[in-house]
Design a protein around this ligand. Structure first.
Ligand SMILES: C[S@@+](CC[C@H](N)C(=O)[O-])C[C@H]1O[C@@H](n2cnc3c(N)ncnc32)[C@H](O)[C@@H]1O
Length: 377
């Protein structure tokens, strides 16, 4: 590898995520931090985490379950794994009393939500302990709305080439079907009108130019734990990582799974850096290769992040006008996400992106799960 990874905004996004102060009780600090992240988007989980926090302070069952994971990597999102494990019990029918409070199971949050949550965790402690080993798998189709403008920017370059999409950390690969979703920004729209996944005015401010169509030559992804969303178990796993009171997201997830049933895409079981190196080894003239990832970098350790970047940048240096390479990312940057695009080869007179030799720019900012998307590209 020829280039050391310079510190760019792309990587800084993960580093800027607040971590608990070392002096604090680490478990309580993680719960508080997660509560702060979630409180505006999920009042239900905010109430649940209040109960968890009180239990952790009192040395109860939540403390007993979380304590052995005190040394887990920060980016592995321990508290989301904990909430997901409990949610799976609800979705599988094993916790009907808690299900009565969870809209994802037809319930309504009530006054006894917190105590019911703690009682369920206590009763099902063994299942929760097992569930804590399941990594976070939030495959969020809403992120396609944030990434859309990046794909369209690559597709709009000359010469016009079909897109070869390579998604790192694809989970179930739902976002590999981004072109089969419908995006409406009146008076324009992109994507099949009959698509069950429909974004209505996802842009806060002017949208990117929406062409009539884009050709996707191939769609392939990798993930260390790929999910087959078309199975009942796979669908339940994906649902378990959506906040139970976010019914719009749950509906969108179900719609994206419907699209996945009819639009094939391969997700290889592999880690980011090795897989990307394999995929980019062969030069593919006649297609524009797009390496894309959303909310993945925090799950990679530093050496793998560096290897991933070096591999992409090295392949970028080998790219040509008839075999261009694009790197499209949507990654957390504080309390929002940033969408960046770097394309090789850079066109004459364009600004090179952060030491990569490619043509790089910030395209958009968005919420972590997609809309509203503020297009700045
Ligand atoms: C928060 S999810 C995001 C999934 C998807 N990119 C999306 O935006 O909907 C993070 C994903 O990164 C994957 N992941 C974790 N470690 C990885 C690695 N070393 N290489 C590739 N993917 C990884 C996880 O399995 C998970 O599917």
């Amino acid at each position: 590898m020829s280039e050391r990874p310079p510190r760019t905004r792309r990587w800084a996004g993960t580093a800027r995520r607040a971590r608990p102060a070392p002096s604090q009780d680490p478990i309580a600090a993680l719960v508080q931090l997660q509560r702060r992240h979630i409180e505006r988007s999920s009042p239900l989980y905010a109430a649940v985490l209040d109960a968890v926090l009180a239990d952790v302070a009192a040395g109860g069952v939540c403390r007993a379950l979380l304590e052995p994971h005190r040394g887990d990597p920060f980016g592995s999102a321990l508290i989301l794994r904990f909430l997901g494990a409990a949610h799976r019990l609800v979705l599988s029918g094993s916790a009907p009393d808690l299900a009565a409070h969870y809209p994802s199971a037809g319930g309504t949050p009530g006054a006894h939500l917190g105590t019911t949550f703690l009682a369920t965790v206590s009763r099902e402690a063994e299942a929760i302990a097992q569930g804590l080993h399941v990594p976070v798998q939030t495959n969020e189709p809403g992120r396609s709305a944030a990434l859309l403008g990046g794909y369209l920017a690559v597709a709009g370059r000359r010469p016009r080439l079909p897109l070869r999409v390579l998604e790192v950390g694809a989970s179930a690969g739902l976002n590999l079907r981004w072109d089969r979703f419908r995006y409406e920004a009146a008076p324009s729209a992109f994507g099949p009108a009959e698509s069950p996944v429909r974004f209505v005015e996802p842009f806060a401010g002017p949208p990117p130019h929406l062409p009539a169509s884009v050709e996707v030559e191939s769609r392939r992804g990798c993930d260390p734990n790929p999910i087959d969303a078309t199975t009942e178990q796979g669908e339940q796993l994906l649902r378990s990582f959506v906040w139970p009171d976010q019914t719009d997201r749950l509906l969108r997830l179900a719609a994206a799974i419907e699209v996945a049933r009819s639009v094939p895409a391969i997700v290889d079981r592999a880690n980011a850096a090795t897989w990307v190196a394999e995929q980019l080894e062969e030069r593919r003239p006649g297609v524009a290769t797009v390496v894309v990832h959303s909310v993945v970098l925090q799950y990679l350790d530093e050496p793998e992040r560096a290897r991933l970047r070096n591999t992409i940048v090295d392949a970028g240096h080998r790219a040509t006008a008839d075999a261009p390479l694009a790197w499209l990312t949507m990654e957390p940057a504080g309390d929002h996400a940033e969408v960046h695009l770097t394309v090789w080869p850079a066109r004459a007179g364009r600004r090179p992106g952060a030491g990569s030799g490619g043509e790089g720019r910030l395209l958009a900012t968005s919420a972590y799960h997609g809309p509203p998307v503020r297009w700045v590209g």
